[in-house]
Design a binder for this molecule. Structure first.
Ligand code: COA
Length: 372
């Protein structure tokens, strides 16, 4: 390929936006979120604290957190008509595609959709955060011929999300670990879906449209879809040795191993993966079953040895979700549910300080004179 000035395939290394939201500081090894290290935040704070931090610019006090939780709860219910839409979807529809349809559908109920003012956008963000667990859970239930589930206002935001997708109220440990996964997935600088949402928002399009596009982006297995792909890969093997053999074969066939590598971290471990690995250890110990943990650790050693590559968050989130009893097709929708807050923060920032994204191309096609 000829070298072309200002052309970086996949926009590798290109700075696309100024932001005050987050930044992957690969020098200091930190995921900086609103000035704090995400990993340190994840040890002390819960998902709702992160929501407040990202949308209100500060960690909440008790009263602010209570108000936030009540606001999200006020948006738990969805318009009943959405269930009719889900009933019309072919049963083979992936829950991410149902989610994409659901977000697109509810935009029509926003009476103020052309208002891009900060307060209006924030309210929309809270509405989406309140509604998405219901859309994720009940679209999946309809697609799999199960009864609808109603949100439980008595539970915390994370516990209700878990309850709606599994039908079981979580234990304290399950709630803690599920909430941790939401914290870790909440925001991560400029992955493909965030870029997608900002590109859409830059035309002055609305938050629902930006998030609808972001769902499609996040579904791909080079991005959010990797967590489901990791679980399917783990289930192909029944022992540590079989899993190692599977990875060897995939590498020989030049296949990408899901859950490894990252455009920004490159040859370093994703610090979020370490947190999820600890959660997997905790769950394995409580359940007295460490097969998945041993398989994952063996895979990690093999990939370091063979490729110098390290796990990303999806590699350990997948077995954690499995041990939490969550259906595999919901792993990526949960990732999206959590990332909704980060995406909304980015769309709001884009609307507040906008310049239309409109890059150029390096044309490699032919040119012809037009003649009859
Ligand atoms: N398994 C095997 N090899 C991998 C790999 C993986 N998961 N990730 C990267 N590589 C190899 C590539 O084959 C390539 O090798 P080569 O130079 O010999 O051809 C090299 O590493 C660079 O990979 P490339 O795909 O160009 O890097 P990228 O920055 O475009 O890719 C990802 C980043 C995330 C798309 C890539 O690592 C990947 O596909 N990972 C698996 C999917 C995944 O887990 N996604 C979630 C990301 S959070």
């Amino acid at each position: 390929m000829t070298q072309v000035e200002n052309f970086f395939p996949g926009l590798d290394g290109v700075i696309a936006s100024e932001t005050k939201i987050s930044f992957l500081d690969t020098v200091q090894g930190q995921i900086v979120m609103k000035g704090y290290d995400l990993i340190e935040l994840s040890k002390q704070y819960r998902y709702l604290d992160i929501v407040h931090l990202l949308l209100e610019d500060k960690l909440p006090n008790q009263e602010e957190k209570r108000k936030l939780e009540n606001k999200l709860k006020s948006y738990y219910k969805v318009q009943e008509a959405i269930y009719e839409v889900f009933k019309l979807l072919p049963k083979q529809t992936h829950p991410m595609d149902a989610l994409r349809t659901g977000i697109s559908f509810i935009s029509g109920y926003d009476d103020d959709i052309d208002n891009r003012a900060l307060d209006a956008n924030k309210e929309r963000a809270y509405r989406l955060l309140g509604t998405i667990p219901n859309i994720v859970a009940n679209s999946y239930r309809i697609l799999t011929n199960q009864e609808l589930v109603q949100p439980d206002q008595e539970l915390s935001y994370s516990a209700n999300f878990y309850y709606m997708i599994t039908g079981q109220k979580p234990t304290d440990l399950q709630e803690k670990i599920f909430d941790l996964s939401l914290v870790l997935y909440s925001e991560h600088e400029m992955p493909n879906s965030t870029f997608t949402s900002r590109v859409i928002a830059s035309t002055q399009s609305d938050l629902y449209g930006a998030l609808t596009g972001a769902v499609a982006s996040l579904k791909g297995n080079l991005h959010g879809g990797a967590n489901e792909a990791v679980m399917h890969m783990l289930l192909e093997a029944e022992t540590v040795e079989e899993f190692e053999a599977l990875l060897e074969t995939k590498l020989l066939n030049k296949e990408k191993i899901m859950g490894f590598g990252h455009r920004v971290y490159m040859k370093k471990i994703d610090p979020r993966a370490l947190m999820m690995k600890e959660a997997l250890k905790e769950l394995s110990e409580i359940k007295g079953d460490d097969l998945l943990l041993r398989m994952c650790e063996a895979g990690e050693r093999l990939m370091e040895r063979e490729k110098g590559l390290y796990p990303n968050l999806d590699y350990y989130a997948a077995p954690v979700y499995w041990m939490l009893g969550i259906p595999i097709p919901l792993y990526t929708p949960i990732f999206f549910g959590s990332r909704t807050v980060g995406l909304c923060a980015h769309v709001i920032e884009q609307h507040d300080n906008n310049r239309l994204f409109r890059p150029r191309v390096h044309y490699t096609g032919e040119r012809h004179a037009v003649s009859k």
